[in-house]
Design a protein. Structure first.
Length: 245
């Protein structure tokens, strides 16, 4: 059993010597660490163990790191995720950021830098949780609820109280809204939104994203023709700007 107050860190890494080395050094730094050797086990431990931070490899058996990240972000926008990967090219980093990763460190990495990044992410998480309990602010989480402007969304009941009145979101609307929230302030292309929200499943196209944006503006904007929150970015796609500090 971990000591009271210890932060839990889940290391999803298939290379045993790397995983054990990370676990040892995290333990020496005062954290409680656990290892998952593949993507499926990683998701199971995340759901059962409720870690405070996830250290995630990209190239994993069973389920790759980006798929894990996408799954986590569809359910939890707050848990910090640090990607460790031997694939350090810009495209992978951009993909990770689009899916909502908090930090990205290429292998081989410096241990001291790694521990500093872990500490920074955990401090950021503590600050965010403290802020999320403050009522009356915009663009914040409080439990399973999210607030921006005059809008209130409950992700348990899928109920939203907004400019359009009281509505019930569909499951897909809730998923897409969570993706925007996880990437607030970041321009997202239609292709990125399709991949994250639908996985390019059959029957979807970039027009599908446009139709959902029309709905969101109808639900959440005072004036859908002059959106305050769900804005278009020419030649890029869309950006969600909740207006919080």
């Amino acid at each position: 059993m971990e000591a009271p107050g210890k932060k839990r860190i889940l290391v999803i890494e298939d290379e045993a010597h790397i995983a054990e080395g990370i676990k040892l050094n995290l333990s020496l730094a005062g954290y409680d660490a656990a290892i998952a050797p593949d993507g499926i086990d990683g998701l199971e431990q995340w759901r059962k163990w409720h870690p405070d931070l996830i250290v995630l490899d990209v190239m994993l058996p069973m389920l790759d790191g980006f798929s894990i990240l996408k799954t986590i972000r569809n359910e939890d926008e707050k848990i910090p995720v640090l990607i460790l990967s031997a694939r350090g090219d810009t495209k992978d980093k951009v993909k990770g950021l689009q899916f909502g990763v908090d930090d990205y460190l290429s292998k081989p990495f410096d241990l001291e830098e790694f521990l500093l990044r872990v500490g920074r992410l955990l401090k950021k998480k503590d600050w965010y949780e403290e802020k999320s309990q403050t009522r009356g602010e915009t663009g914040i989480f409080s439990g399973d609820r999210y607030e921006f402007g005059p809008n209130r969304v409950d992700f348990v009941t899928f109920e939203a109280r907004c400019a359009a009145g009281k509505i019930i979101l569909t499951e897909q609307e809730a998923v897409l809204l969570k993706i925007f929230i996880a990437n607030k302030g970041k321009p997202l292309s239609r292709e990125t939104l399709l991949n994250a929200g639908w996985g390019y499943s059959s029957g979807t196209s970039t027009r599908t994203v446009d139709n959902f944006i029309v709905r969101f503006r109808k639900y959440f904007e005072k004036n859908p023709k002059e959106p305050e929150f769900f804005k278009s970015r020419r030649s890029v796609g869309y950006i969600f700007e909740p207006g919080d500090a």
